[in-house]
Design a protein around this ligand. Structure first.
Ligand code: GDP
Ligand code: ZN
Length: 383
């Protein structure tokens, strides 16, 4: 299939990632008079879908499955009613190429889909602090789960071949001015994750930025990383001047904090698409906490108003949860059980991670051996 065919690349949805593959998947629905679109935001039974007629609001009533893994998610490609129908319904979802799933610790649920049809998982690691290889592994494990879901532990096939590609971005490279030191750090991370590209990038000096832009220009990207790793800065830099058009700014606490992201899926001016959802931002922090989130929806809702997106609601300034507690709008008992459940989930997540890490170490060893064999073969040919 020729992915650069003029019909797909000149399509109004091309900047949202439309290609010949999607066109082919969609053709039976086109015959029915339905319109293709990509889900840019989901909330409570409704979603915003980017279509050739612009972004439309659509009801997801017809695609509500029993399986939480199949609910409409940011990144999905959908067939929606044509213009004129009110309300417009999502009639079907096109099969997902990849899905970024956060596994839950709960026995009852399989997991929660955070984003779909992801091509690149960019793991942001700050050079401002000492490198934590275990944490990088943890995020790589998450990135791997993007292509395979829970299958990593079950199937033997190379999960990086067909699914989303992980990239480690060492952010704030300007803080390591000595090139030799920087090269060492890059090498160390490369050793920890063979086969994964490692890019030093600075949003300040723009170092490495052209390479990163090129990497993300061909597909859909999510940014992962610890709070403070530089994800927002990188996202803003990638979004460039378009940022003000697509992101609404709402002044909540008088400090001009950006709080509302009207769309969670944003076309990049240099090509490619960025998915940035609150759920993705929390990954790695509240790892297995999504079941908790459903049970304590009102607390999670309050938490969206906290000044820091990783607020622990302990003693942070601008904490909306504590404010509600102090104002008597949130029972203290509720917050206590929420915290208790989160702690339990974190313990379980840590155990799961240990298993994933062991699995990945084996994979890396295999890849390392393959890489060495390939190198030897090359040298042999050169001799
Ligand atoms: P996030 O929590 O991952 O979204 O991280 P932010 O994007 O908010 O960045 C955290 C801090 O790192 C902020 O104070 C940024 O100004 C700083 N920062 C981000 N990128 C760079 C960079 O390239 N160089 C330097 N020196 N600081 C950076
Ligand atoms: Zn808080």
């Amino acid at each position: 299939m020729n992915l650069s065919s003029p019909s797909a690349s000149s399509h109004p949805l091309a900047r949202f990632g439309w290609d010949e593959g999607w066109e082919a998947e969609f053709s039976p629905y086109a015959v029915q008079g339905l319109v293709p679109g990509r889900v840019v935001r989901v909330d409570r039974g409704l979603c915003d879908v980017a279509t050739p007629d612009g972004v439309v609001r659509a009801d997801t009533e017809f695609v509500v499955p029993r399986d939480p893994m199949k609910v409409v998610c940011t990144g999905d490609w959908a067939a929606v009613d044509p213009e004129g129908s009110t309300p417009r319904y999502v009639r079907t979802l096109l099969p997902r190429r990849t899905a970024f799933v956060r596994s839950t610790s709960s026995k009852r649920s399989e997991g929660q889909v955070l984003a779909t049809n992801i091509d690149h998982v960019v793991i942001c690691v700050s050079l401002a602090v000492e490198l934590d290889y275990a944490r990088i592994e943890r995020f790589l494990a998450l990135a791997m789960s993007c292509s395979t879901g829970e299958a990593l532990l079950r199937k033997a096939a190379d999960p990086w071949e067909s699914g989303a590609q992980p990239v480690v971005v060492l952010t704030k490279a300007d803080l390591v001015p000595d090139p030799a030191t920087l090269a060492h750090l890059v090498q160390d991370v490369e050793t920890a994750a063979p086969g994964v590209p490692v890019l030093p990038v600075s949003a300040l000096s723009a170092e490495g930025f052209d390479v990163l832009s090129a990497v993300v220009s061909g597909g859909t990207t999510v940014l992962l990383g610890q709070s403070g790793a530089g994800k927002s800065t990188l996202a803003n830099a990638l979004l460039g001047e378009d940022v003000m058009d697509v992101r609404a700014t709402r002044d909540v606490d008088g400090k001009g904090r950006h709080t509302t992201t009207t769309r969670n899926l944003l076309p990049l001016p240099g090509g490619g698409v960025l998915i940035d959802t609150p759920g993705l931002r929390g990954v790695g922090l509240w790892d297995a906490g999504d079941g908790v989130g459903q049970v304590f929806a009102e607390i999670e809702e309050l938490a969206a108003g906290c000044r820091f997106h990783d607020c622990a609601h302990e003693s942070e300034p601008g904490c909306a949860v504590r404010a509600a507690l102090d104002a008597g709008r949130l029972p203290g008992r509720r917050l206590e059980s929420y915290r208790k459940l989160l702690r339990e989930n974190q313990r379980i997540a840590a155990r799961t991670d240990a298993r994933l890490r062991a699995e990945m170490r084996r994979e890396w060893k295999r890849r390392g051996a393959q890489g060495r064999a390939a190198m030897e073969a090359k040298r042999g040919r050169l001799r």
